[in-house]
Design a protein around this ligand. Sequence first.
Ligand code: MG
Length: 388
Amino acid sequence: MTTAALIVAAGRGHRLGGPRPKQYLPLGGEPILARTLGVFVAHADVDQVLAVIAPDDVSLYDGLGVASRKLLAPVPGGATRQASVHQGLLALAAKGCTRVLIHDGARPFIAPELVSACLAALSDAPGAIAAIPVTDTLKVADASGRIARTLDRTSLWRAQTPQAFRLPEILAAHERAAAAGLADFTDDAAVAEWAGIPVALVAGSPANIKITTAEDLKMAEATLAGPGGPDIRVGQGYDIHQLVPGDHVWLCGVKIPHEQTLDGHSDADVGLHALTDALLGAIADADIGTHFRNTDPRWRGAASHLFLEDAARRVRAIGGRILNVDITLLCEAPKISPHRDAMRARIAEVLTLDVGRVSIKATTMETLGAIGRREGIAALATATVMIG
Ligand code: MG
C-alpha cells in the first residue's frame, strides 16, 4: 500500500489581489504552500507528495525550497480544480499509489492527526473527508436578497480537506465525470458522490482554514504569532549630586529644609533626574544629559520637573503610557519619610499618574562611603512603560 498526498495548488488566488497567487504568499515568513507541503512530507503514513501547480508558477514553486525524497516533481494543472486533481491522480496512479489524500495547498494549518484520521477511515469506506458540523443557522435567500427559508442544519457539514480515497476508485470517478463533460465539481467528495462512492465524514478542525481572502491571511498571521501580549518596557536610572553648605535640598520635586544643599547646574534634584533617565531608558531615548546639556544656560537653576515632563512627553509621543515608577533615595539625611507623600503626590502630578503608581523609598548607607559621610545624595529609579 502506497499513500500519496496530492496538494492542489494550481489556483490563481485572485481574491487576495496582487500578482502572486495566494499559496505562494508568505505566512509567518514561509510561503503558505511550503508550510502545507511540509506537513505531508513529514507525515509517517505519507509515502509520496505531489503538488499540482499552474504551468506559469514553476519558478515560484522551485523557490519554495521544500526538499524531500518524498516530494515528486510537480504536475501542471488544468482549467478547473477538478481537472487539476484529475491530472494529479493520473500521475500518482502511474507511480503505483493505492491511497490518496487530496488537500488544498492554501490550508497550511492541517494537523498531522487529522491526516491520520482520514487515512484510518479508509479501512471502512472507499472515501473519507475532514468536515465540521455547521453551527450557524443557514438561510436560503430569494432573488431579492430576502430570506426564503431556513435550512435544518442538524445534518449539515462543511467539507474541508484532506479528502482521502482509495486511488483507483476516485480516479475512475474522475475519468467518468470528465467523459460525461462534467467539469465544475468543487471538491472530490462531490465527484465521488456523483459516482456513487460512499464517503465517510471525519471530524475536521476549525483551525484547518483555507486562506482565501486578505482577512484570512491576517487571521492566519495572528494565529501563528500566538497571544503576543502587551509591549511592556522597563527603564532604570541613577543619579548622584554632591552636598555643599546651604539651607535646603530639592528631592523628588519637594523642597526640604536642610543644613546642606545639593550642588548642580539645575536644582540638582537627584530623585527627578534618576526618574527622568528611567523613563528615557524605557523608551531607549538617550539620557537626561543628552536632552538637557549641563552647559546650557537655559537650565541653570532649572526646576527639574521640566526634565521629567519632557521625558513623559517623549513617552507619550511614541504611543507609550507610564504604568508605574519606583525611586530609591540613598542618603543619611534629611529624613525622607515625613516627605514621602508630598513627593509621591508631586511626581504623580507631573506625570499625570495615579499616586498609587508612584513609589518612593529611602535608605541610608549606614555611614559607609561618600554618601555615608554626607558628601552627597544618590537616587535609583525604575519606570515601566506600555507601548501601544
Ligand atoms: Mg543630576
